[in-house]
Design a protein around this ligand. Structure first.
Ligand SMILES: *Cc1c(COP(=O)(O)O)cnc(C)c1O
Length: 428
């Protein structure tokens, strides 16, 4: 027996599960090679931007107080801007999460009387309160910014006729969410997003097109900013933080719009000039450097999970073969026991908090109990291996992350072992 197999055995993976995983992994060799090619390209893209901007050791020094003349911060923002081929960037630890980054971009660019349009259906849950779809204190709606939404067609494509009708002289900004998040619609490819933006710009070229790029960075060789997006926004505890950023969000795009956002992030008049980095610059740079290969690990883990569970007869979205637009994988296990067993496996594979059992709980804002598995170095980080699922029909888990492919694979094998042990699947 190989020492590797023996160690898997010691860590709770029995031979039949190990073998099953090995066969699935072997069948994915060609697919994984393609992911390697994307990661290689994106790795070069990031290094190129770092070299061009002369990143140096002095970029890692912390600033305090107002944070004037923070060389590292300003250089990092230019590295993001160059990597994503935009004029400007705002990359800050003061941006607390993805929702905050999106809110800053929206509030910074919308004024009373303006309208925001989502041509891709309902946005991410937390955005409902930012926009005021669900009445909420301090929402855009309270400031007199209206909102309209066009649903996707049955097949998940854009309803161009209705989008054209929804664009009025008031329409100032359009928000396009790349990843399906936790909805059932498909995620959009960058190419599709480009077609949508072109359509909108042909109607009115001055509409600001913003893309919520959460979970999408480095999945492809092009990003929404390569196909016309004026603003692109995301979270640093997802793909672009590479697992090392302990906090943060980014906004990149046209100089004017990024600057508008900066006046909302800090204060009118101050904008980008203030904001101490308190020592996080090194992690931001190093995390961005690692992000292309970390994203590849998460993608390999998601594709492996899809193929393992599809082979066992479970419904998986995306399926085992389709192209990926983000790092999220849904697996419909069909029973509450299945959801719990899956999440236990992910938890027990973690480097942190591996000894705890995740339990369903009444999470605020949800209409059913939710179970979450995460043993993360950074709280809530979903580029780290994690899974969660609402305890309701159809009993699906959403799985994402994996800083290394080896850890992602171990997590999925652990989940499968838990399923086998609970008598929920049989490998023979
Ligand atoms: C995660 C996510 C957000 C919000 O980010 P938080 O960091 O959780 O606030 C917004 N949109 C999408 C598509 C996301 O995946």
């Amino acid at each position: 027996m190989s020492i590797r197999k023996a160690l898997y055995g010691k860590m709770g993976i029995r031979e039949d599960v190990y073998e099953f995983g090995r066969q699935v992994e072997e069948s994915l060799a060609r697919r994984f090679q393609k992911l390697d090619a994307v990661a290689e390209y994106n790795q070069l893209k990031v290094i190129h931007a770092m070299q061009k901007n002369r990143v140096s050791e002095s970029c890692f020094y912390p600033s305090t107080g107002y944070g004037y003349n923070d060389l590292g911060r300003d250089t990092l923002e230019q590295v993001y801007a160059d990597t994503f081929h935009t004029e400007a960037g705002l990359v800050r630890p003061q941006i607390t999460c993805g929702t905050h980054a999106l809110a800053v971009a929206l509030f910074g660019n919308l004024r009373p009387g303006d309208e925001l349009l989502s041509p891709v259906g309902k946005p991410y849950d937390t955005m409902e309160e930012v926009i005021g779809i669900r009445p909420s204190r301090g929402s855009l709606a309270e400031y007199g910014v209206t909102y309209s939404q066009v649903e996707l067609l049955e097949d998940g494509t854009f309803d161009y006729a209705s989008i054209e009708k929804a664009i009025t002289p008031k329409t100032k900004m359009v928000t396009i969410q790349r990843s399906k998040g936790y909805l059932t619609r498909p995620s959009f490819s960058v190419k599709q997003i480009g077609e949508l933006i072109t359509f909108i710009k042909n109607i009115r070229s001055d509409i600001i097109c913003m893309v919520d790029n959460c979970y999408g960075e480095f999945v492809d060789t092009i990003e929404p900013t390569d196909v016309g997006a004026d603003l692109m926004v995301g979270s640093l505890i997802k793909n672009p933080g590479g697992g090392l950023a302990p906090i943060g969000g980014y906004i990149v795009g046209k100089e004017e719009y990024v600057e508008n956002a900066s006046y909302r992030m800090t204060s009118p008049g101050l904008g980008k000039e203030v904001g101490a980095t308190l020592g996080v610059n090194g992690s931001f740079f190093q995390g961005f450097f690692l992000a292309p290969t970390v994203t590849r690990s998460a993608l390999k883990s998601a594709i492996f999970a899809a193929n393992v569970y599809e082979k066992l007869g479970f419904a998986v979205v995306p399926d085992g073969r389709e192209p990926r637009q983000d790092i999220i994988q849904a697996v419909t296990l069909g029973t509450p026991e299945g959801v719990v067993a899956f999440c236990k496996g992910i938890q027990h594979a973690a480097p942190v908090d591996s000894y705890v059992d995740p339990e369903p709980w009444d999470m605020p804002g949800y209409d059913s109990q939710v179970i979450m598995a995460a043993g993360a170095f950074v709280q809530g980080s979903s580029i780290e291996l994690s899974a969660d699922g609402p305890m309701k029909e159809p009993y699906a888990v959403y799985f994402q992350g994996g800083l290394t492919w080896e850890h992602g694979k171990f997590g999925i094998l652990k989940s499968l072992q838990e399923m086998v042990d609970a008598g929920l699947v049989s490998l023979s």
